[in-house]
Design a binder for this molecule. Structure first.
Ligand code: PLP
Length: 405
C-alpha cells in the first residue's frame, strides 16, 4: 500500500498544494530575540569593588553571563542563548582565525542618578554592527533584535554587576561581536557564523592628567584608505594599528592621530574621533571642526554624531560646526597664529577627553587647557552627553533597561 495523506494523523494533513507548501516553508530563520533561552550560572563570580580594581589584572573581567547566537547559511539564525560566561569553542580552521571575518561594537551601560540602567543610542550601534557585518561578508540580521539581546543581557546581569547605590558614574562595557566560524580553509564567504555579546569592565580613560597626548602616524603608515574599510568596525582595522600605537606610547603619547595622504589630512585618534575648536583663518569665527564621513575613511562614531548634533542645536550662537577635511599643516599654522582654542577625542572608550598636545614628526602642537578637563566647549559637550547617559537630563537617546530583579 502506498502511503497517502489519509494514512497520516489528520492534524498533519496539509491542504496546501506542493507549490504553496514550498512557499510556506520558513525561509532562513532571522535573528529573533524573543526566542532567547536562559541558562543561569550556578557559580556567580565575585564582583570587583570598582573599575580600578577590576582592571588591575591582565584579563577583562566579564559579568556572569554572555549571549551567543549561531548562524548557518541554510538554517539562518539559531535560538539565541543567554548562558554562563566562558570560553568559546571553534575549529582551528575557522574563517575568522585566517581571514579576519570579524566585526564588533562597543557601547556602555550606565547606572543613572535615578538608579535606572541606561544604554546610550544602542540603535546606532546595532545598525553600525549590521553595516560592518555586511562589509566583511558576515550574515545580515535585524538590528532591533540585536538591541533586544543587549538589553536582555543587562536586564539579567545589571543588578549584580552595576548595582544601584554603587559609585557615581559607574558603567559596564558591552561588546557585541560577530565572527565567521565556518571551518574550511580557502577564501570564501563564511557559511557559519557566531554572534556573541559580553559585558565587562573597561578602564576609565577620560580623566588623563594634563590631557590626552597624540602622536601623528608614521609617514609610511596608513590606517584606512579610500575604497577600503576604515568606516567599518572590523577587527582587521585594529591589529595592524598597534605598531603605531606602540611608537606613540614610546613618545609619551596615549594615542595615534592618523593622518591620510601626502597632504596629511587629520582623520581620527586611535579608537576615537578627533575634534578641534579653532578660529577660522579668514572670518575669525570660532569653529568646531572634525573630519567628514563622505570619503569613508573614518568611523561614524555614535559619540561623534551626538556631539555634532548637540553642538549644532545648542552652541550655534557661539560656533560653527564644520565637517571637512583639514590638514596637520593647517593645525600648525593655527597654532603659530594663536587660533587654536581646544581639541578633544570622542568615542565610547575615551568618552570626551581633552587633547593637550599633538607631536607631529619633531614638532609639538599645543592646545590650550583651560582646566585639567579642557576648555569650556569640551567640558560643556562632555557634560551634555554625560547628563543623558546618567539620566540627569531626560532625552530620547537614553534608553532605560527594565531589570528582572
Ligand atoms: C569605535 C570607534 C570610534 C568611536 O565610535 P563611538 O561609536 O563613538 O564609540 C571612533 N573611531 C574608531 C576607529 C573606532 O573604532
Amino acid at each position: 500500500m502506498s502511503p497517502s495523506a489519509t494514512t497520516l494523523p489528520t492534524g498533519l494533513v496539509s491542504e496546501k498544494t506542493p507549490a504553496e507548501q514550498k512557499l510556506a516553508q520558513p525561509a532562513v530563520q532571522g535573528l529573533d530575540a524573543s526566542k532567547l533561552t536562559y541558562e543561569f550560572t550556578s557559580s556567580p563570580r565575585p564582583v570587583p569593588a570598582d573599575i580600578a580594581t577590576a582592571c588591575a589584572g591582565s584579563e577583562s573581567i566579564c559579568t556572569d553571563h554572555m549571549i551567543t547566537v549561531a548562524w548557518n547559511v541554510e538554517t539562518g539564525w539559531a535560538t539565541p542563548q543567554l548562558r554562563p560566561y566562558g570560553p568559546l569553542s571553534i575549529m582551528p580552521t575557522a574563517s575568522v582565525l585566517h581571514y579576519a571575518t570579524e566585526c564588533f561594537e562597543g557601547l556602555k551601560v550606565y547606572r543613572g542618578v535615578d538608579d535606572k540602567l541606561r544604554l546610550f543610542r544602542p540603535d546606532c550601534n546595532a545598525r553600525r554592527m549590521l553595516m560592518s557585518a555586511l562589509r566583511i561578508s558576515l550574515p545580515s540580521f535585524e538590528p532591533a533584535e540585536l538591541e533586544k539581546l543587549i538589553v536582555a543581557l543587562m536586564a539579567v546581569d545589571g543588578a549584580r554587576w552595576l548595582p544601584s547605590g554603587g559609585p557615581p558614574d559607574a558603567y559596564l562595557y558591552l561588546r557585541p561581536t560577530m565572527i565567521g566560524t565556518h571551518a574550511q580553509l580557502g577564501l570564501q564567504t563564511p557559511r557559519d557564523a557566531l554572534l556573541f555579546i559580553t559585558a565587562s569592565f573597561l578602564p576609565r580613560l577620560d580623566t588623563i592628567v594634563g590631557g590626552l597626548r597624540l602622536n601623528t602616524s608614521p609617514e609610511d603608515s596608513v590606517r584606512a584608505w579610500a575604497g577600503g574599510f576604515g568606516y567599518a568596525k572590523v577587527g582587521a582595522n585594529y591589529g595592524p594599528s598597534l605598531l603605531a600605537s606602540n611608537e606613540a606610547r614610546a613618545r609619551g603619547c596615549q594615542q595615534v592621530l592618523w593622518l591620510y595622504g601626502s597632504e596629511g589630512y587629520c582623520t581620527e585618534a586611535g579608537g576615537s574621533n578627533f575634534f578641534v575648536v579653532w578660529k577660522n583663518k579668514e572670518t575669525g569665527k570660532t569653529e568646531l571642526v572634525t573630519a567628514p564621513l563622505d570619503d569613508r575613511l573614518i568611523l561614524d562614531g555614535v559619540t561623534r554624531r551626538s556631539i555634532l548634533q548637540l553642538a549644532r542645536e545648542r552652541l550655534s550662537d557661539e560656533l560653527d560646526v564644520v565637517e571637512r577635511k583639514y590638514t596637520m599643516t593647517e593645525l600648525q599654522e593655527a597654532a603659530a597664529e594663536g587660533r587654536l582654542v581646544e581639541a578633544f577625542a570622542a568615542g565610547t572608550a575615551y568618552f570626551v577627553t581633552a587633547v593637550s598636545l599633538i607631536i607631529h614628526r619633531d614638532e609639538d602642537v599645543l592646545f590650550p587647557m583651560e582646566t585639567e578637563l579642557g576648555g569650556k566647549y569640551t567640558r560643556y559637550l562632555k557634560g551634555s552627553v554625560s547628563d543623558i547617559m546618567y539620566g540627569r537630563a531626560d532625552h530620547e537617546w537614553g534608553v532605560v533597561i527594565k531589570e528582572t530583579q
